[in-house]
Design a protein around this ligand. Structure first.
Ligand SMILES: Nc1ncnc2c1ncn2[C@@H]1O[C@H](COP(=O)(O)OP(=O)(O)OP(=O)(O)O)[C@@H](O)[C@H]1O
Ligand SMILES: O=C(CO)[C@H](O)[C@H](O)COP(=O)(O)O
Length: 298
């Protein structure tokens, strides 16, 4: 029987931490069950061509989003696809690679749900909204170490991109099921806190935490991109007792729990565990549906 993958889309600016997040989620879910698709692979222009035309990679014209729609559509039908590969170390394209359907397909990038026809293909959409100060430092460090840029070039590129970020990346937050905001926090040993935002009319965390059980989590409402959101500010580390309590409230599975148990449960790790739990629930309900369909068919 072919797999009906759970499709997750993670949109956000360059350097926000999307691929790090996806790598960490894959570790919790089991690397063999997860296939990541970087939307950078759907750039239609390489680094030299973008410079010649005078557009940034954030402009939709610098990307072949039509091909991305076609590929996700085929993967959803259980078919394999031959996907292009963008190589950041050279700024050009490498050999294409096959992608086969697996239980979780996570698409991360600048435009994973830019078009409605793309947005409709996902079971869950996340907007990854890291605070500018964190994002700036991370991007400078990464792009100088791994992508062959100087500090001055990265700083100039970030300035050049601001209009395109507002026009082409940020509007996707209006379609997101969850907005994850990483921000500097004095209360965590990691110095990073997390705001988990979900629309009040489509809650998940709120269903479990009717009244906030964790003293240090700030819970409030906020308007964001025209929608009223529940915001859970997870800014301090969990004790092992709190992790136990959390795991019983959310029925966090042992395989996920065992991967964080011995480590410091900083806000980022708490968010990973909650996110992995949510998408495992989506997997479980798909599996149940498949069983019903199969039973009805025999
Ligand atoms: N949660 C985190 N904690 C600490 N550092 C992080 C975290 N997430 C990302 N970083 C740092 O930021 C850098 C950029 O992150 P990452 O490559 O995941 O961003 P991205 O959103 O995928 O960027 P791009 O779209 O440009 O590929 C990483 O190399 C890492 O050093
Ligand atoms: O915004 C980005 C997302 O990663 C990159 O800058 C874009 O993919 C182009 O890559 P490069 O700068 O390595 O040519």
């Amino acid at each position: 029987m072919s797999v009906d993958p759970v499709f997750i889309g993670i949109a956000g600016d360059s350097g926000a931490g999307k691929s790090t997040f996806v790598k960490d989620i894959a570790t919790l879910l089991g690397k063999d069950k997860v296939r990541t698709i970087s939307f950078d692979d759907y750039h239609s222009l390489d680094r030299v061509e973008r410079k010649a035309v005078g557009i940034t990679p954030l402009h939709p014209r610098a990307n072949n989003l039509g091909l991305a729609i076609e590929h996700l559509f085929l993967l959803k039908q259980g078919k394999k696809v031959l996907k292009p590969v963008y190589d950041h170390s050279t700024g050009s394209f490498g050999d294409p690679e096959w992608v086969v359907p697996v239980p979780y397909i996570i698409c991360e990038g600048l435009h994973p749900f830019f078009f409605r026809s793309l947005a409709e293909l996902y079971d869950m959409k996340v907007y990854y909204d890291t605070e500018m100060d964190l994002k700036f430092n991370w991007k400078v460090k990464r792009d100088t170490a791994e992508r062959g840029y100087t500090i001055e070039q990265v700083a100039k590129e970030i300035r050049l991109r601001q209009r395109d970020i507002r026009n082409f990346v940020e509007p996707q937050c209006a379609l997101a099921d969850i907005i994850i905001k990483l921000k500097i926090s004095k209360n965590s040993s990691s110095a990073i806190g997390v705001d988990w935002k979900e629309p009040v009319d489509d809650p998940w965390l709120k269903k479990y935490l009717k009244s906030c059980n964790f003293d240090n989590w700030k819970c409030f409402n906020e308007w964001y991109a025209g929608r009223k959101m529940n915001v859970f500010g997870i800014h301090s580390d969990l004790t092992q007792e709190e992790l136990k309590e959390l795991s019983s409230i959310f029925s966090i599975s042992q395989d996920v729990l065992s991967k964080v148990k011995e480590k410091e449960v900083v806000p980022y790790r708490t968010m990973l565990v909650l996110f992995a739990t949510r998408i495992k629930q989506i997997r479980a309900s798909k599996d149940k549906e498949e069983k019903v369909v199969f039973k009805d068919a025999v």
